[in-house]
Structure formats: C-alpha cells, structure tokens
Design a protein around this ligand. Structure first.
Ligand SMILES: Nc1ncnc2c1ncn2[C@@H]1O[C@H](COP(=O)(O)OP(=O)(O)O)[C@@H](O)[C@H]1O
Ligand SMILES: [Mg+2]
Length: 269
C-alpha cells in the first residue's frame, strides 16, 4: 500500500461504478467522475452547467456509511460561513438515502502535491491553524485530518470531508472507518471522549509526513506508542529540538494546543 495516496481503506466489496449512482440523480446531475471513495462524485447540473461535489449512498448501503453522510451534513451546517470549508449547497433525499451537494473546488490538489519539507509544513500550519481553530471554536472536531482531506484550490487551503466529524467532549459513539495512519491512539481505541487533541495528533503526523516524506511509524499508529517512540530516529533534515518537540507531543497530544503548534511552526519558514 502506498501510504501517501491510499487512505481509503474501504472494504473491497465497494466498487465505484454506475450502480452506486442513482438514475433519479443522473437525470439532474451529469456524472463527470468519481473522486476518492465511492461516496463522492464530480457532477454538473444539466440545466445550469454548475459543477458540484455530490456525496451520498443508497439507503440499502450499510447504516455506517449513511451515518457518515448525515454527520457530514450536520457538521457542514454548523460550520457554515467559515472561510476554507466548502459550502453545503443542498441536501437531496433520493433512493431513501441522503445526498449532499457541496461547492465544487476547481483543480483541487492534495497538500502533499504542493510541496514538501520544513517550509511546506510551516506554511500548512499558518493556513490550517485559523481554519481548524474556527471549527474547534464551534465545538466540532474533524477527526479525520489526513493529506487527501486538505487541498489547495484557487490559491487557498480547504479542509474537506467532515464525514467522521464529532462534537468535542462526547463519548466516542460508534466504531468507525478511520485513516489508521493518522488517527490518534484514543480515537482508534474509541475509549474516552472526543477531544481536540485528536485533531492535534493527526496534524502532527501530517506535519512529519510533509516535512520528511515518510510516516513516523511506517504507516500505522502503533499500539505501544512509547516503544515506537524509543525506536524513532531524528531525520537528517530535522533539528534535535524540533525532533524532541514532535516526540513529546506524539507521546502526549493532550499537552499540545493549536497555539503551541502555530508558534513552533513559525520557525520553519
Ligand atoms: N468540494 C470539492 N471540490 C473538489 N474536489 C473535492 C471536493 N470534496 C472532495 N473532493 C475530492 O474528492 C476526494 C474525496 O472526497 P471526500 O469528501 O474526502 O470523501 P471520501 O474520502 O469519503 O471519498 C477528496 O480527497 C478530494 O480530492
Ligand atoms: Mg476524504
């Protein structure tokens, strides 16, 4: 598996083909292509020519997948108006399922496609910190920060995919499909309460990947973090003090704030 491009981790029974796009919707929205998993499609309104991202599942698909869509609708409504989060343009009930029409971002490119190294990591934090702080300010934890959910389009950073988003401080509600290379140990265990530290942890992993071009733990978050950290070597292009900073916060993500990450990353560019 190529860690940097395959975060889908979807069961192989899911095929992105016409069968997963209802004819009732095809009548109104011309299907251009699938994006990412089988949930998301680039479509064009047949009448107006306006492009959208159309995201949804049939009602017959597993309940779990419908929950993601419902979650995403809720989160996008609660995050309305935040610069850098795509607008929810409409909600459609069809084939018993819920379908989201989302603002289309032209020529979206994953953050990993837009530069690597220390400066790229610093710049990402500069743009992401206010955006994430705005989400957290409204009580929403993204819970699925990884490179494919952060894109540049029209010269700005966008945070996508709120399917896994949850309100902070609630107990983890159900077992979810997660990006195992980026989800915090608490989120993976599903024990305790949802916390902003879950997003901070994913951001730290993402910064390491962007800076070094490698995942710190070979692609998966280890069950025994202390043992894995003892094995981790300081990359050639990282100072000892930055390395120690990463180690300390991989170990205890609840001790790092977004403000801390922002201040540290200001030195990187
Ligand atoms: N609003 C959008 N405009 C353009 N491209 C998008 C948009 N939303 C998502 N994408 C692209 O589609 C991919 C999959 O969408 P996403 O919402 O992350 O769903 P999932 O990961 O469940 O398939 C993203 O990684 C991104 O490349
Ligand atoms: Mg995604």
């Amino acid at each position: 598996m190529n860690l940097l491009t395959n975060h889908g981790l979807l069961p192989s029974c899911f095929q992105a083909d016409e069968d997963s796009y209802p004819a009732a919707l095809e009548k109104h929205f011309y299907l251009q292509k699938y994006c990412g998993s089988q949930f998301s499609r680039y479509v064009v309104d047949r009448k107006t020519g306006q492009p959208f991202l159309l995201k949804g599942v049939f009602s017959s698909d597993q309940q779990q997948y419908q929950t993601y869509i419902l979650n995403e609708a809720r989160a996008l409504l609660e995050l309305k108006g935040i610069q850098g989060i795509p607008r929810l343009e409409g909600l459609i009930r069809s084939e018993g399922g819920l379908w989201l029409l989302v603002q289309w971002l032209p020529e979206a490119q994953s953050v990993l496609q837009c530069g690597r190294g220390r400066r790229a990591a610093g710049k990402l934090v500069q743009q992401l910190a206010p955006l994430l702080a705005a989400c957290h300010g409204r009580g929403i934890c993204h819970c699925d920060l990884h490179p494919d959910n952060l894109v540049y389009s029209n010269g700005q950073l966008w945070l996508l995919d709120f399917g896994a988003a949850l309100r902070a401080d609630i107990p983890y509600p159900y077992r979810r499909q997660l990006s195992y290379g980026f989800a915090s140990p608490d989120l993976l265990r599903g024990q305790g309460k949802v916390s902003f530290a879950d997003d901070h942890f994913s951001l730290l992993i993402l910064l390491w990947v962007l800076w070094t071009g490698r995942h710190p733990f070979g692609g998966r978050i280890p069950a025994n973090m202390s043992a894995a950290l003892a094995e981790l070597k300081c990359p050639d292009n990282m100072s000892r003090s930055d390395f120690r900073w990463f180690i300390a916060h991989f170990r205890s993500p609840q001790n790092v704030s977004l403000g801390n990450i922002y201040m540290q990353a200001r030195r990187w560019y």
